[in-house]
Ligand binder design. Sequence first.
Ligand code: NAD
Length: 264
Amino acid sequence: MANKSLSGKTALVTGSTSGIGLGIARSLAAEGANVLLNGFGDSKDIDQLQADLAKEYGVQVAYHNADMTKPQEIEAMIAFAGDKLGGVDVLVNNAGIQYVANVEDFPVEKWDAIIAINLTSAFHTSRLVLPRMREKNWGRIINLASTHGLVASAGKSAYVAAKHGLIGLTKANALETATTGVTVNAICPGFVLTPLVQKQVDDRAARDGISNDQAKKALLADKQPAGEFVTPEELGALAVFLCSDAAKQVRGVAWNMDGGWVAQ
Ligand code: NAD
């Protein structure tokens, strides 16, 4: 196989059994990276997914089930990455959930879960992979934030707080590694039509008594001037760029790919 930009490297993408995480995992595998997939409680046929990706891209693909709310499961996953694939060179902190309610109605357990999965898990994975990245003087950490890490929407207080926090973590860690070959950046997507956003579409259609298509258009019209969804493939291409040598001075950036959302 021809040498590709990430040949011989290992990428861990958390929450990569669907949506954006799976799209980014595919893009990194297409660049030659061996991939450790992660998910929690998925109903999908993970063995089949692993076999399909390995065949399509000719790389090693492993999977580790870990609940991102549990530090000891995160530790076990990083240890597994070391044993199975030689350690993590590219870390994509992608696992995330959201819940919509005004703050006075926000269930405390939902707040705790959103902060744990969207923010605290990135602290744990980063602290665990950084010693090896420093030792090798090469590494890439990409945190999946959101336009909601830059601007707010009503009803998403935990998500907005977690994503703003994740951008803060990104900047601090980028400064801590600034003189090394390790870079830390965040990607801030606008709406991507994954299961997470499909639920918003379904809720909007039910609330307003409109079709699914009308609900999609309404969601985009509210926020995304380009009028179309960002795709996991587009985000994967950005992740590949951030992993490249050409991007070695891109540090501590919160890079929005959002059809113009935060330019308004
Ligand atoms: P998704 O619901 O399609 O996928 C979420 C992934 O997270 C799944 O693989 C799931 O197994 C995993 N996950 C959920 N809870 C977990 C847990 N406790 N432990 C481990 N894994 C868990 O979501 P998505 O839309 O692909 O979102 C991926 C990331 O991108 C999230 O961080 C999300 O906040 C962010 N994001 C999404 C959008 C969008 O429009 N879809 C926009 C901006 C940012």
